[in-house]
Structures are given as structure tokens and as C-alpha cells.
Design a protein around this ligand. Sequence first.
Ligand code: NAD
Length: 355
Amino acid sequence: MSRTVVVLPGDGIGPEVTAQAIRVLEAVAAKLDLALELLEAPIGGAAFDAVGRPLPDDTLALCRAADAVFLGAVGGPQWADVAVELRPEQALLDLRRSLGLFANLRPVKPHPELAAASPLRPERLVGVDMIIIRELTGGIYFGKRGRSESAAFDTCEYSVSEVERICRVAGRLALERRRKVTSVDKANVLDTSRLWRETAIRVFTTEFPEIELEHLYIDAAAMHLLSRPADFDVIVTDNMFGDILSDEASMLAGSLGVLPSASLGAAGPGLYEPIHGSAPDIAGRDIANPCGAILSIAMLLRHSLDLPDAADAVELAVRDALETGTRTADLAVTGGAKPTGTAGFGDAVLARLAL
Ligand code: NAD
């Protein structure tokens, strides 16, 4: 059976890191004799320049019919004056909404050899291995909003079924890990958070009794993430809290360039992308770190193509490349070996890919 992956390189360093990620995906397919169809389509500023819209209908149609979608990054200063609804970043919001991608998964497992790149003391990072699950299509980012000359409002709304389904994603993942879930809310102040907490307790008690469920308020969670990061296994939280916590957690790993993400819905294709943006300041110079993009391919193999062994092999190859000192400039140590370029890092991973 042939599998289809739609590739959306996007803007800035998007095409550069995508090229390395796709080389790895092609190598996996060749080694496993997997029939893989790769379809490239425009998105973001590149699509706006080509057809006047950041998410062309043809691109969306291809994505809907695919097994998985891989995205580089979108955006850049050249589109700063474009109307909000035509900005490159809008394409990503529309794509997530159109594909019903309600669960955003961000694993954070710092590579020990990158400990020096994190602002946290190395001993704090020992044993850190967590995944943050952010609800992606509800809450305050999608609620009713308004503004007058002298005031503005945004509304946060959650239904029981929206909370149930994200808790189930967390529960299923926790069963494959250390069986601990931390639900983050602000139940001492917000009604949506009280609903969130009650629903989480019911879902975990009735459907996942073997999982330890902990509750933290968002303000405390922001602190505990830095003071005891190794205690977390699965964190599940709403759209805005997850947005903030996952960026905070990225600093545990040392660089924005190393972290992958997956966005999943109830059915249909998942969307896989590195967590960083289009980094226009370093675009076109072969210095971007493709690590997050390549690790996003591992997530694609695991969650959309059901190839967990291949996913493990990609992650091992990346770890091996880092362990043996292959570093892009963002991770290079002053006075250390000369940094490797974007394509050079891809070469190092491919050379270590054992399947
Ligand atoms: P950014 O993530 O693009 O860059 C922040 C800093 O990190 C920059 O100094 C950049 O050089 C560095 N960096 C990022 N990725 C790197 C990598 N792989 N290797 C080495 N260094 C890396 O964030 P920004 O500068 O705030 O945003 C730039 C553009 O990207 C904006 O238009 C923004 O809207 C867009 N953006 C897109 C996405 C996305 O496509 N998912 C996410 C965030 C931001």
C-alpha cells in the first residue's frame, strides 16, 4: 500500500530544514521498501507570492487526502504589511482548523550532550523526558472577541467533549510511558478550568485508573517546570497555557532548533513540524539546525505511518550524530570543533541511520 506525505516547505529556513528531513524520510522508505508518494505544495509567504493566498485550495485539498503532512515554517518580514487574513502565519491556523488538529504534542527530552546549551544547571536536566499535550483548536484563541476604542475582550470557552478528547490523548500516551499525567489549569479562578479539572478527574478515574493524575495551577506549573522538570511525564493543558508552557519547556533542550512537534486530530492526517519559525535572520546560509525537522519525521513515522521501529531508528541516529560532536552553529561550543552546516547535519544522520 502506498503512503502519501504532503510536504510544505514554506518560507525562510523552512525549505532548508525540510530538505534534510525529507532525505531522512526517503532513506527510511528505501530501507523498508515502503511505497511512499511525496507531494510538495506551496504554503505561507511563498504561496502568497505565487497565487495571492497563504493557504491555496489546492494545497489544502492535497493535505486532506494525505496520510501525513510535513511543514517547514512560514512567515518573514517581507509579508509584514500584508492584511492579517493573508499573512503567512494565518495559513497555519487555517490548516490546523481545517484538518481538525485538536491535539498538539511536544516531546521535550534534552540530549545530555547539549546540557551546556540550556540556561538551567545541568543537574536539573538529568532524567528530563516529558511530553506536553496542548489543546489546539479551542479556548481563548478561538473564542468570541471584540474591541472598542477604550476596551477589548477575548472569550475562553471549552465544552466537556473538547476536554474529554484531549484527556484521552494524554491518557493513551501516558500508558506507553511512565503513567503519570499532570493536568494544568487555573481552577481557583476560571470556570473553564473548573470544568477542565472535573472532566479530567472523571476521564482518568473511569478510563485510565492505572494512571497517576496530578493537578497544577498554571502559575505553579511554570515554576515547577524549571525547579523539578524531571518529575513530569505527560502534561495536558489548554490552548493558551500550553502555548506558553511548551515554549518555556523548549529552553530545557537548549535550542529552538532541536524540538519536533505533531498535531493530531480524531481522524485524517497528522501535521508534523519543528517548533521553530522561519528564522529569516539565518535563512539561505546553510546554518539552520535541521534537528527539530528530522525529529518531526520520527513523530510522523510513529503516529501517522505506524512505524515505531523506524521512528526509534531516526531518533537514535540524531542522538548518535549529536553524541559524536556533530553540531550546527546554534549549538556549537566556543573554541570547539567547526560547526556543521544544515546539509552536513543531514549527512551525519543518514550515515548513522540503522534499520
Ligand atoms: P524563529 O523561531 O524563526 O527564530 C527565533 C530565533 O531562533 C532566531 O534567532 C533564529 O535564527 C533562531 N532559530 C530558529 N530556528 C532555528 C534553527 N532551526 N536553527 C538555528 N537557529 C534557529 O522565531 P521568530 O524570529 O520570532 O519568527 C520568525 C518568523 O517565523 C515570523 O514571521 C514568525 O511569525 C514565524 N513563525 C512561524 C512559525 C511556524 O511556521 N510554525 C512558528 C514561529 C514563528
